[in-house]
Design a protein around this ligand. Structure first.
Ligand SMILES: Cc1cc2nc3c(=O)[nH]c(=O)nc-3n(C[C@H](O)[C@H](O)[C@H](O)COP(=O)(O)O)c2cc1C
Length: 230
């Protein structure tokens, strides 16, 4: 017998060069259930900070100059994730020259279209610069995302306080009400669970439902249908 709580599924996608965003994501995943993907540039060993950030700034400039050209974006390692499975994507981004770090832009350039209609959260780490350019990048790359507001800005020097900043942010965006579908359940009163053959395997009002076999199920209320893997 497997059980699942009726929760939306969240993916955290991030890039981190000097591990500030990595630490932030480690705190975030102590507070929420999420799958996590770390983007890695295909070209290893680049020193993005050398010579006054020369490589990083050249990559950002290439994207700024020609944002619709796939060749403007640095190659990244393949990412094995099926975005269909997720209702919510939280993006963890370092700020480079007032923009989103280029390897993360590559991932979103290639996949942002598949995030249409999903809830999108943005967490940005910068030394001091404001994050509006990174927000613009996210909106350009995920044109039909349903963005949480506000984004969360954590300055590098505040990385050690990430736990409390994230906790407050999750409250500010009311993440709990989005992550669960209990709101929709309350409206309809009844939740129906179907297997992929269309058989009704559960109908009722429980928050936690037991099914006999692991697999993929469709969870329906009058407001929401979700595909759930257990
Ligand atoms: C290429 C490059 C450019 C950067 N440009 C800026 C900048 O314009 N303004 C700023 O406040 N911080 C800038 N930073 C600093 C990073 O935003 C900051 O150190 C951040 O915490 C890095 O996150 P990470 O450790 O996850 O890579 C830059 C860093 C790099 C590597």
């Amino acid at each position: 017998m497997s059980a699942f709580a009726m929760q939306a599924k969240t993916l955290v996608v991030y890039y981190s060069y000097t591990n500030n965003v990595h630490s932030i994501v480690a705190e975030l995943t102590k507070q929420i259930d999420a799958d996590v993907v770390r983007i890695q540039p295909a070209e290893k060993g680049l020193d993005y900070e050398a010579n006054n950030y020369a490589i990083g700034s050249a990559q950002i400039a290439a994207i700024r100059n020609n944002p619709t050209d796939p060749n403007s974006y640095p190659a990244i390692d393949p990412v094995d994730v099926n975005l269909d499975e997720y209702d919510c994507v939280i993006i963890g981004a370092p700020l480079w020259w007032s923009n989103m770090a280029s390897p993360l832009q590559t991932y979103l350039f290639q996949n942002g279209g598949k995030m249409a209609g999903k809830k999108i959260g943005l967490i940005v780490s910068s030394a001091s610069s404001g994050i509006s350019g990174v927000e613009s990048d996210a909106k350009r790359l995920i044109p039909n995302g349903d963005f949480f507001t506000p984004s969360l800005w954590i300055r590098s020097a505040q990385t050690r306080n990430a736990a409390s900043l994230i906790q407050q942010w999750l409250k500010d965006i009311d993440y709990a009400s989005v992550a669960g579908i209990s709101g929709a359940k309350a409206e309809s009163g009844v939740v129906n669970v179907y297997d992929l053959m269309g058989n009704l395997v559960y109908s009722g009002t429980q928050e936690l439902i037991d099914v006999t076999a692991s697999g993929t199920y469709l969870v329906k209320t009058n407001a929401v249908t979700k595909k759930v893997r257990i």
